[in-house]
Design a protein around this ligand. Structure first.
Ligand code: 9WN
Length: 419
């Protein structure tokens, strides 16, 4: 019943609204997360555009002087989440975490602005230089060698925390100095659906490393034991750069447009040169410390179309991968290849379907004119929500909902994509 689900989705967004910013879900995630807020803003846009702008504006209250927009803004300390602000130790006036998250914001800002240019003009113009500074930060500190790909310094930065993509590179992270700690996530949800303790030890070791560098972006990029070019980040930023370019052109920002155009050109060639694997026949991540390509297909592999990469060879290979996976999975798009031995249908980013990733894959396919595959993604997302509610993520095998419930970005995806 779409009508009923529309009402439920709006109520979830309203109930998770803590006053100008929205938390992903009660209990498990009590703060403002970066890419969650971007998708949430797009959800709000469907029934309350003014509130949509506010979501992005409050996120940018956490922006650092160097341009970085952090992955979490901690407005008040909440003991139900670990690690909280004191563990990050970022010393910001408004406490935040120390790294970023996938930059979906520019794309959403363009969407909201273009839906009503008159109402959004002043707010989009005010956000423009802030978003530009953030993208510049990505190109400078997450691609220090100008390869045209974006690295992450922490699995949490990618937003795809425990994807098998990180298993190899994470081996380089030394956990011998980790002090005892108490996880909170496993008290809110079933531990079998969450990352392992060995993952968490390494997550915390990287946070300790960042804190010991005073979160200086140049030092972190140079010395972080984990520095992996991510197809998810690379494609989301490439897409966001195109949308930022459209805003620059609309606002007569010629110099910025020139700079953004150069980023786009570099990423278009860099992504294929550095992230395409002939062996896997897909886009994979590359460990930049060891200069080694990873060996599996994830849902992020399918974001090149969303990024506007119109390369016949890679698009044809991805279409074949899509069809192979579509035969195996009851619901698309599993976050990890269901035919790979590392696939786990309910463990977080090692198999489950995430509605937000589907919304990006589906949008890319639609824009590229691949209507049948786009429709399969949309319809699967809708079926998952209709059958299992607004879960954090879903099993691609059974369709069961998993992780947190009444989840903001899933509600948003229903409103702007799946319904
Ligand atoms: C760490 C909020 C976030 C999402 C991420 C997802 C998960 C956090 C966690 O929840 O990550 O950032 O504690 O597991 O992986 O994509 O933004 O919904």
């Amino acid at each position: 019943m779409p009508g009923n689900l529309d009402t439920q989705a709006r109520s979830i967004l309203k109930e998770n609204d803590l006053g100008g910013y929205t938390i992903p879900t009660r209990g498990l995630y009590p703060y403002q997360w970066n890419w969650d807020s971007a998708f949430v803003a797009r959800g709000f846009q469907t029934f309350d555009p003014d509130r949509a702008w506010t979501e992005i504006e409050t996120l940018f209250e956490g922006q650092w002087d160097d341009g970085m927009v952090p992955h979490i803004v901690f407005r008040k300390d909440d003991p139900s989440y670990f690690p909280g602000p004191s563990v990050w130790g970022t010393k910001q006036a408004l406490p935040t975490s120390g790294h970023s998250q996938p930059p979906v914001v520019a794309t959403v800002v363009r969407d909201i602005y273009e839906a009503d240019r008159e109402a959004g003009e002043a707010r989009a113009r005010a956000l423009f230089p802030k978003i530009l500074a953030w993208h510049r930060w990505f190109h400078r500190y997450r691609d220090p060698d100008g390869l045209g790909v974006v690295a992450v310094i922490h699995p949490w930065e990618s937003g795809r925390d425990n994807t098998p993509d990180w298993d190899g590179p994470m081996q380089a992270v030394d956990t011998s100095n980790i002090k005892p700690y108490v996880r909170k996530d496993t008290s809110h949800v079933d531990p079998s659906m969450r990352p392992l303790k060995a993952d968490y030890d390494r997550y915390l070791a990287i946070v300790d490393f960042g804190r010991s560098c005073g979160w200086d972006a140049a030092r972190v990029a140079r010395d972080c034991p984990f520095f992996v070019a991510d197809p998810g980040m690379t494609f989301i930023l490439l897409r966001a750069d195109r949308d930022l370019l459209a805003l620059a052109q609309a606002f007569g920002e010629d110099e910025a447009a020139q700079e953004i155009g150069e980023w786009i050109e570099r990423a278009e060639t860099g992504a294929i040169r550095h992230l395409w694997s002939d062996e896997v026949e897909g886009f994979v991540s590359r460990d930049l410390r060891k200069n080694k390509l990873m060996d599996g297909i994830s849902s992020a592999s399918f974001l090149s179309v969303y990024a506007g990469i119109a390369d016949e060879r890679t698009n044809a290979a991805l279409a074949r991968q899509f069809d192979r996976i579509a035969e195996k999975a009851t619901y698309l798009m599993p976050s990890w290849d269901p035919e790979d031995s590392r696939f786990e249908h309910l463990r977080y980013w090692r198999g489950p379907v995430w509605a937000v990733v589907n919304s990006m894959i589906g949008r890319g396919l639609l824009e590229a004119g691949d209507f049948a595959r786009a429709e399969r993604i949309r319809a699967d997302t809708a079926r998952l929500i209709e059958t299992s509610g607004f879960a954090e993520y879903y099993s691609p095998v059974t369709g069961a909902g998993a992780g947190g419930g009444a989840f903001s970005w899933t509600a948003a995806v229903w409103l702007f994509f799946a319904r």
